[in-house]
Write a protein that binds this ligand. Structure first.
Ligand SMILES: [Fe+2]
Ligand SMILES: [Fe+2]
Length: 138
């Protein structure tokens, strides 16, 4: 995906909403750019947090305007907001669960490395050096 640049065709005609939508594009571009530099995974958590925070504020802003203006499409639009926010929150949860699983796997490797390699193989090598008087460094 290429970075998106703001275009006059994107304008809703409401300055406050357009400003929010520009922020949305900037956030999307920050993830695209980070991924382009091979560090998308490093910023993913922060981008998701920012997206959810942005959506909570922005969607409430739009919904308040529906009320003020008697917008007839309000219910359908609000339902779409709920779906989008739920999708973002679900991805945040999935990311946290994936990271927890990965963290457990890394800790498992640490445990194996310590008990089955360092405490066995490395200490065995140490005993060999001591027994053979090969002058283990002190
Ligand atoms: Fe919007
Ligand atoms: Fe909206």
């Amino acid at each position: 995906m290429r970075p998106l640049e703001w275009d006059v065709r994107f304008s809703s005609g409401v300055a406050s909403l357009d400003d929010d939508h520009r922020e949305f594009l900037a956030l999307q571009n920050s993830l695209l750019e980070a991924r382009g530099h091979g560090r998308g995974h490093r910023v993913l958590h922060e981008v998701l947090e920012q997206l959810i925070a942005w959506a909570e504020i922005h969607q409430a802003r739009e919904e308040a305007m529906f009320g003020e203006t008697g917008y007839p499409g309000a219910a359908r639009h609000r339902a779409e907001h709920e779906r989008l926010l739920a999708a973002a929150r679900s991805l945040r949860l999935r990311h946290a669960l994936d990271l927890e699983r990965l963290t457990r796997a890394v800790l498992g490797l640490f445990d194996y490395w310590w008990k089955r390699h360092i405490l066995e193989h490395d200490l065995e090598f140490g005993r060999y050096l001591a027994a053979e008087r090969h002058g283990a460094p002190v």
